[in-house]
Design a protein around this ligand. Structure first.
Ligand code: AMP
Ligand code: GLY
Length: 429
């Protein structure tokens, strides 16, 4: 089989790494890919938003299955375009991808179908929103309706901060049309969990739960980022809680989407918060998480391509996802300045030193120039390790990061990826 993977991040490198292990696969293409994916297949220079070119490429090369990484392509309707031409593609339709593309759509769905989430109000008028802020309870959370590359959400401690962010969204229009509508919602407290399932629109299979680390700095300090690292499974998320999440959140969401005429097929990834009242949805994503996919792929035992093909035939009920015992931990190495304006072009040292089957280096913001790998993005690499205990796996991942191993000028990374799992581990056992 010939597979086309859309995207260029660590998530797509990890998906490619796993897909390559399937005996069903003869060739993998990445659009546009990165220097890491180049070692697995062919990179082709088509952007993830250029649906027409991607479609033409898939037709010309007779691609058997296309796997979509980023939400941008899904929200633009890549799935619908490919299906119209009878091409197999993994990911939800444009209509179903609204679950991530429009936060107001997602909130209304949750309200209508009684899926637990934060209480909220929607505004499309900045004066009304500003009036609301005068009498609101703080802290509160303001969210732009549409996609903003992870920058459209702010937890606001007081009115001053809230008014400033509201102004950025609705007056300065920093995110353009994406913030035409906004949501103001109550602030929730608890551990954040990433829970991904694969679904054919009716049945679903759950991946192991994972935990991302959104803040830039160690001990959850600093600004929000796309994610500075992740680990899986999460020791404090026991079987009982997983069943509760499946029953109260995942199954009702899939059912609700079908009822609303938005049959949901692909990865459904609710970002959850474990509150005192139980798990609640913070947001839905319509694709695999990044950086969670990197450790998840290292834990997955099942043939991912076989799973995708079963999903395409709407037969997931007959399958199961099998995972290895133990843990995987992925630490993101980011450029100086990230998540703000970041530096590019520094050589990455030490990549050739790693030769250990328990370690994978997944590329994201890298570039190859004169046979050297240089930094070319905010999140540069995910150093991902697998091992039998969480403690040992964390050590393994960090062992390969630093001056004597992998490093580059201005490199930033958190020192505590996975530690939450150790701290809270026993509490829920
Ligand atoms: P989202 O894109 O909706 O997941 O929001 C990004 C981040 O903002 C989340 O990962 C949380 O850390 C935080 N967040 C979003 N909504 C809430 C909420 N209602 N209460 C507390 N934190 C939130
Ligand atoms: N890990 C956060 C995301 O993929 O949206």
């Amino acid at each position: 089989m010939k597979i086309l993977i859309i995207g260029s991040g660590g998530r797509e490198h990890a998906l490619g790494w796993k897909i390559k292990q399937s005996p069903l696969v003869t060739k993998i293409y990445f659009a546009p890919g990165n220097p890491g994916t180049k070692k697995i297949g062919d990179n082709i220079s088509i952007e993830v938003t250029d649906i027409n070119k991607l479609l033409k490429f898939a037709k010309d090369k007779k691609i058997d299955l296309t796997v979509v990484g980023p939400e941008t392509s899904l929200v633009l309707g890549i799935t619908d375009a490919f299906r119209k031409e009878k091409l197999k593609i993994f990911g939800p339709s444009k209509k179903a991808a609204q679950i991530e593309g429009s936060k107001t759509f997602a909130k209304e769905l949750m309200k209508k179908y009684k899926i637990p989430t934060a209480d909220y109000f929607t505004f499309d008028n900045s004066n009304e929103a500003k009036n609301y802020l005068q009498h609101a309870k703080y802290p509160l959370v303001i969210k732009a309706d549409g996609l903003c590359l992870g920058k459209g959400v702010a937890v606001c401690k007081n009115r001053k901060k809230a008014e400033k962010f509201l102004s950025e969204l609705m007056i300065d229009k920093t995110f353009g049309e994406s913030a035409k509508k906004i949501i103001i919602e109550e602030c929730l407290y608890g551990q954040e969990i990433s829970f991904m399932v694969i679904t054919d629109g009716r049945d679903f299979l759950s991946f192991l739960p994972s935990q991302d680390h959104k803040r830039l700095l160690t001990n959850n300090q600093g600004t929000n980022t796309g994610g500075m690292g992740a680990y899986t499974p999460v020791p404090f998320l026991d079987k009982k809680l997983i069943i509760q999440i499946e029953k109260e959140i995942v199954a009702p969401t899939i059912k609700a989407m079908a009822k609303e005429g938005c049959l949901y097929q692909g990865i459904l990834y609710p970002g959850l918060i474990l509150t005192r009242e139980g798990p609640k949805v913070l947001e839905y994503n319509c694709r695999f998480g990044d950086p969670e996919t990197q450790p998840l792929m290292m834990q997955l035992e099942s043939d991912l391509v076989e799973i995708f093909l079963t999903q395409q035939k709407n037969q997931l009920k007959k399958k199961e996802l099998v995972f290895k015992k133990g843990f995987s931990v992925g630490v993101v190495l980011a450029s100086a300045g990230y998540p703000g304006e970041y530096k590019k072009g520094d050589q990455i040292i030490g990549l050739d030193k790693i030769n250990d089957k328990d370690i994978q280096i997944f590329h994201a913001g890298t570039k190859e120039v004169d046979k050297k790998i240089i930094t070319n993005g905010g999140r540069v690499l995910s150093v991902t390790a697998t091992g039998s205990t969480l403690e040992e796996t964390i050590k393994k991942a960090y062992q390969f990061i630093g001056k004597k191993n992998i490093h580059f000028k201005g490199m930033q990374y958190r020192k505590d990826i996975g530690k939450n799992g150790l701290i809270f581990g026993d509490k829920y056992d």
